[in-house]
Design a binder for this molecule. Structure first.
Ligand code: ATP
Ligand code: LTN
Length: 335
């Protein structure tokens, strides 16, 4: 608990351009949760280097992501928005937790298997221990809840196992975190293949709506979305393309899927796709305007980066010192 509130931790990697899926499935939920919890939202740049990055590009994307957190409505006075690499405690705790994690556990991680297959020329130890760094992120702040997509559940289960294992040896050191899976927009699918999730690493740019796409591009991508030949707007498994568009429209307008179905009863796909595009624009345009506004204020963003890194370091340091003592590291002599 911090300030009588439960603690929430989440993070995103600054790799690729963020999609509507990232916004509706993650960022938007974060904003809703930010009143109820004491929140830490990190730009997890240390995770990013598990695959090769262009340094200038990574720096640029990391700043853009941090700016986007604020533009999406996370108040940096209330939420700790910071770069993971600015708080050395993440790496320090990750090392200790590495010694409490088994090779067999890490070998079972499906994300590792996927990424190792994708980057066969660079299967580095960091990629293998990626979930341990993620566990360190979460446990360092004694987080109670962690909003994540379903794809990250396996990593969260591992985090819980590591925390419980550590607590069993040393007493109650870590809070054992729970996952929080949002309902609305939980899984936005690709516009070109509704069997696949919309993903920022998709090679086909028409498959995803990027958060910084302009109005014409958004409308065009929605118009070209793959649907079916049934010609009826229904929310069902047999029409995954239409179902996905209903999900997008509903998430953008705040309506329930059934309400959306009623609204478009008897109308054609062309008209519906246009409405979906407009609903997306009505959400993304103000977000983009805020991003551009914030980008102009370099000093403000710099102050957020500094102040929040200090705040995160303070809380991280508390846990880290406790853990170091428990495992038997000699106390530092100060003064
Ligand atoms: P990549 O393609 O690089 O794997 P990604 O687009 O899948 O990236 P992540 O960085 O893995 O995104 O995820 C960031 C957050 O956004 C996670 O909480 C994840 O669950 C959520 N998210 C990603 N894609 C979607 C989607 N299509 N629908 C809903 N939520 C999503
Ligand atoms: N692995 C996550 C990003 C991530 C994260 C975290 C999410 C790193 N550390 C801690 C929640 C909590 C991803 O790829 N989406």
């Amino acid at each position: 608990m911090i300030n009588d509130k439960k603690v929430l931790f989440s993070g995103m990697q600054a790799t690729g351009n963020l999609t509507l899926g990232n916004y509706l499935g993650a960022l938007k939920n974060w904003v809703t949760l930010s009143d109820e919890y004491e929140c830490f939202y990190s730009v997890v740049d240390m995770h990013s280097i598990t695959v090769r990055q262009n340094p200038a590009e990574l720096r640029k994307r990391a700043r853009a992501l941090l700016t986007l957190y604020i533009a999406a409505g996370l108040d940096p006075e209330k939420n700790c928005i910071y770069y993971q690499s600015h708080v050395s405690g993440h790496a320090e705790l990750a090392w200790i937790l590495n010694c409490f994690t088994y090779m067999g556990e890490l070998n079972r991680m499906t994300q590792f298997k996927d990424k190792a297959a994708k980057h066969a020329d660079n299967i580095n130890a960091g990629l293998f221990t990626y979930p341990v760094l993620m566990a360190a992120d979460i446990l360092l702040y004694q987080a109670d809840v962690v909003p994540v997509g379903i794809d990250q559940m396996q990593h969260l289960e591992l985090t819980r196992d590591i925390a419980i294992r550590f607590n069993n040896i040393y007493g109650d050191v870590f809070t054992v975190p729970e996952a929080y899976i949002g309902k609305v927009g939980a899984k936005i699918m690709s516009l070109q293949d509704p069997a696949k999730k919309m993903s920022k690493s998709d090679e086909n740019p028409n498959a995803s709506i990027y958060l910084m796409d302009d109005t014409d591009t958004i409308l065009r991508k929605c118009k070209r979305a793959v649907t079916d030949s049934l010609g009826e707007i229904r929310y069902c498994e047999e029409q995954p393309g239409i179902r996905n568009l209903i999900d997008i429209y509903s998430a953008c307008t705040g309506k329930a899927p059934q309400e959306t179905v009623k609204e478009f009863e008897g109308r054609g796909y062309g008209e519906f796709k246009q409405a979906v595009g407009e609903a997306v624009v009505s959400v993304l345009k103000p977000l983009q305007d805020r991003v551009h506004q914030l980008e102009k204020d370099k000093a403000y963003i710099d102050s957020v980066i500094k102040n929040n890194a200090d705040k995160a370091s303070y809380f991280a340091g508390k846990t880290l010192r406790k853990v170091q003592k428990k495992v038997g590291f000699p106390e530092r002599i100060r003064g």
